[in-house]
Design a binder for this molecule. Structure first.
Ligand code: ARG
Length: 407
């Protein structure tokens, strides 16, 4: 066996990456160390996973809980940017990948590894996110993805696992990725877009008809765009998300179905469960409507869209993200206050907003008595405002300015 070098494997404990520990040693001659990260996934026994890696011959087995960093440095930026890819997906998987890549590069340096190994296939977005991020941080590291590069299929893996005494964990019938910000579910009957999402894909969210009968009212306090309290209880973001996940999920909030456009040019059918994410972004957007003016809201929509597209596409470490995050930070300066919402059978119904930064001024906008808006100024404004339309119509002689649709 010729020694290829030292590899650091991003190890989840699942079948793919367990097979890899052996494979990398046996077939490719690597000395293998593993890195297992806690980003808030549900069933997660880091100690057991590390032990398993040791049994399979790993040299060092590093485990790290990065959930807090994930919440405060990654998820928080997603909230500030109202980040929803294609309008609905809160980027739960996408946001975690650059952090995982960053940790991997750091540990690879510590352990003197020249290669980082990840378990992505060749069809998804995660390969793009891992590899662009790792290269952006250290272009001299080699990155390999054996499931993709060796074209292994699941049957080959199971056969190899049995031969090598690797226990096969029960992964269920779906391909699932979990973290603090959400749960991504793919594969099996979800791949058939003619069918709805089967009940057994739901874990964190109650399907609407099984949700509880009485609503919950929640209030969320924001400071500079970041949630800081739930139901008047101050909390760090990580704990707030965990608590809100349960409240929202029990009320059927946070199930998302999307025919999604992947970076590699294919469409895929995805199901996500992101109860806290959906609730927090709804609250954040609602607060934005009170504290930003129309021009700021319009600008924000454009910046938000870039944030989501770039994060989805693996560009977290592109310098453009610094500009985007700086603009978002500046816009979010006004996002202070409390938003209350009713959660009920899959719906989020806004109830109220209190904010010292609210632009909404009842004296100006009320139709009732005591208003201060001087209506006598409106006709002059409307005359000047209408000039552009009226002059253009005149110049066109009224031709081609109102499209007729065929009956
Ligand atoms: N399509 C999602 C994304 O690209 C989720 C992929 C998650 N992976 C999984 N094995 N379910 O962000």
């Amino acid at each position: 066996m010729n020694m290829q070098g030292k590899a650091l494997l991003l190890y989840s404990g699942g079948l793919d990456t367990s097979v890899m520990i052996k494979w990398l040693q046996e077939k490719l001659g690597y000395e293998v160390s593993t890195l297992t990260l806690d980003v808030g996934q549900e069933k997660n026994n880091l100690i057991e996973i590390a032990k398993k890696a040791k049994r399979l011959g790993a040299r060092e087995t590093i485990t790290r809980d990065v959930t807090e960093t994930f919440a405060n440095q990654y998820v928080a930026k997603g909230i500030m940017s109202d980040a929803l890819y294609e309008g609905v997906y809160p980027l739960s998987t996408s946001l975690a990948r650059p952090l995982m890549a960053k940790e991997a590069v750091e540990i690879a340096h510590d352990l003197d590894c020249d290669t980082i190994v990840h378990g992505s296939t060749g069809k998804g977005n995660d390969q793009v996110r891992f590899e662009v991020s790792i290269r952006a941080l250290d272009d001299s590291l080699k990155v390999i993805a054996p499931v993709r590069d060796m074209n292994m299929n699941r049957d080959d893996e199971i056969e190899y696992a049995i031969k090598n005494g690797i226990e096969i964990p029960y992964g269920g019938k779906y391909s699932v990725d979990e973290n603090l910000w959400g749960r991504s579910v793919e594969g099996s009957s979800i791949e058939d877009i003619a069918q709805g999402i089967p009940d057994d894909a739901y874990q964190w969210v109650k399907p609407a008809e099984k949700a509880k009968d009485d609503p919950d009212i929640v209030s969320i306090d924001f400071e500079y765009g970041i949630p800081v309290a739930l139901n008047n209880k101050k909390m760090d973001l990580k704990s707030l998300i965990i608590e809100l996940d349960k409240l929202s999920g029990d009320n059927g909030v946070g199930g998302i179905q999307l025919i999604e456009d992947r970076v590699v040019g294919i469409k895929s059918h995805e199901f996500y469960e992101c109860p806290a994410a959906v609730t927090l972004i709804t609250a954040h957007k609602y607060l934005g409507n009170a504290v930003l003016n129309k021009k700021e809201l319009d600008l924000k929509k454009t910046i938000d869209n870039h944030f989501s597209d770039f994060v989805y596409s693996g560009l977290w470490f592109d310098p453009v993200m610094d500009h985007i995050n700086n603009i978002e930070k500046s816009i979010n300066h006004a996002y202070n206050g409390s938003v209350s919402l009713k959660l009920y059978k899959g719906n989020i119904i806004p109830i109220g907003i209190e904010s010292k930064n609210s632009i909404y001024n009842i004296e100006f906008s009320s139709y009732g008595k005591g208003q201060t808006f001087d209506q006598s100024k409106s006709p002059g404004f409307i005359y000047v405002y209408g000039n552009e339309t009226i002059l253009t119509r005149k110049a066109r002689n009224g031709i081609g300015v109102e499209v007729e649709l065929k009956a």
